[in-house]
Design a protein. Sequence first.
Length: 296
Amino acid sequence: MVESEQLRVDNCKTTDTRPWALLSVFALATVMCASATWALILLRHAENDLAAYRQDNISAEDWKQQAEKWRQQANKSRQHAEKWRQQAEKWRQQAEKQWQQLKNSAANAKDAAWLRAQWHRDLEIAAKHPYTEVTGAPALQLPRKYGIIPEKTIWLYWYHPQTCPNSMKCVLSPKRQLLLESIIHNKGNFHVELVHKNQVEEFVNDVELPFRWRELLPELQQAAVMNALLARYGGVALDLCTCLLRPLDDYWDEMVANGASFRGYLFRLNGKPWWRAEAVADWFLMGRREGIFSSA
């Protein structure tokens, strides 16, 4: 009986300590969970802080690179500005130089005008003309034949130092004479004019011809005279080596009807195709008065 009571009492004591043990275990588990949660929270904060720190470092590096780019661009802009400053200085110096030249030119022009006025006054006092004083010839006047020769004229020029030095002493060879007769026979409504070297001044002035044209070769003399004659009178310039087989009136009328001022022949002198011929045949030149031809 006594043993049974003792056993019951022991059993009761044992039963009373279990809840406390469970409570302790639960409390310990709760603390551990809370600690783990807090550790996770601290870890998350640490990760966020680390990411922000890295982002700040990346942004700082980007700003550093951008600042370096801006510095390089600033250096380039400064170099360009220096280059343009030097160019502007160069332009300024050139402008000053040109301005000085203009001032000098104006001064020289003023001096030249004063000298010219003095010269004209002296010439007027001496009753002399400037053109005559410089060239030794009378003042510029219209040629004697100007206003008499019609525009439709066939112009011929011939000069030979032995056989035809002038119009008073000119003997044409039978061949030249036959060619001249063919031109006269087939002149149509054109007037024919054979110009000799001593007759040039009757048709054009010296200022319409190249300087010292009398000393040129006969071929060049003829080209210069024909150019001046066509410029002043118009007509057709023919070489005396040409045999004319029919009148040139149809060619002239067609040129006038088309509103053209020149008609001639082109030939290849540079090896280019025919449609890019560069040379004009000087043995036949047809032109209007004051057209494409001009004085020398």
